[in-house]
Design a protein around this ligand. Sequence first.
Ligand code: ADP
Ligand code: MG
Length: 310
Amino acid sequence: MTMAIAADGLIRSFGTVRAVDGVSFEVGEGEVFGLLGPNGAGKTTLIRLLAGVLTPDAGSARVLGLDPTIDGSAVRSRCGVLTETPAVYERLTARQNLSFAADVFGVPVPDVGARVGDLLARFSLQDRADEPVAGFSKGMKQRLALARALIHDPELLFLDEPTAGLDPVASRQVHDLVGTLRDEGRTVVLCTHHLVEAEALCDRVGVLAKGKLIALGTVRELSDRLLAASPVVLSFLGPVADAVAAAVGAVPGVAVTEREERRLLLAAADDGAAADAIGAAVRAGGRVVSAGRREHTLEEVYFALQEVPA
Ligand SMILES: Nc1ncnc2c1ncn2[C@@H]1O[C@H](COP(=O)(O)OP(=O)(O)O)[C@@H](O)[C@H]1O
Ligand SMILES: [Mg+2]
């Protein structure tokens, strides 16, 4: 896979705080990569290093094959950045905001009208395109900021907490838009402390804590690697009889970890043990209506990682 980003040992301090502390990772072209971590973990600083806005104290990066400390303006001309608290010009209309950005990014003049019109339509802003932005909702402003980040048709997008402070409907719209960016083959780096968001949108995630990348992989890989096997949930038509619970618990490689009125949660050593447990439940007279592994959410992975000693 061609790499859109390769970071190698990036370090950046502010005073005594090491905001980014030796971070190395790669993002493939066309990947949606999530940077996860709580406030202060170093996500924004890392993005600023990659976008060539900040210089690292040590380490290096290649972004689209370029070194952002040397070719910062070339990097920025091929990257879109949605900053953490994007400022749109309140007194300008949505169309004027985008036209201004087109000018800044050197979009060829004959293309500007059509490009701006397309983005307004795509981000569902066309009906209000010629109103001052001051009257827009937060969600509309965020959509406008995202449209602006796309004005020069960038290959790579850095989205820093794109749904922070949005209501669920507006968040959903932003999610859908990120999905379309992926479908277009753009590479996306998405910073978030919203774990469900990363889980829904990202191909891979890196977890940052206190400036260090403490985990890297797919949600599935992280969960497999770092937590015990996911619990198997057996759901029954009626209350779970003692005999059923006992029969399930007697299966080799299976332990009943939780018993609810109509559900058993099991720790199963492997899928074979899980299958045996289902068979045992049925033979003991249990009417199983569903059985499956409950995957760990990224949230569970995240909190489990916080407990891993550094
Ligand atoms: N410009 C700056 N000046 C001083 N400290 C900063 C600056 N930017 C970030 N920091 C500090 O670096 C650490 C990481 O911050 P940041 O990268 O914003 O994290 P995140 O985006 O994950 O919330 C924090 O301790 C923050 O206070
Ligand atoms: Mg941040």
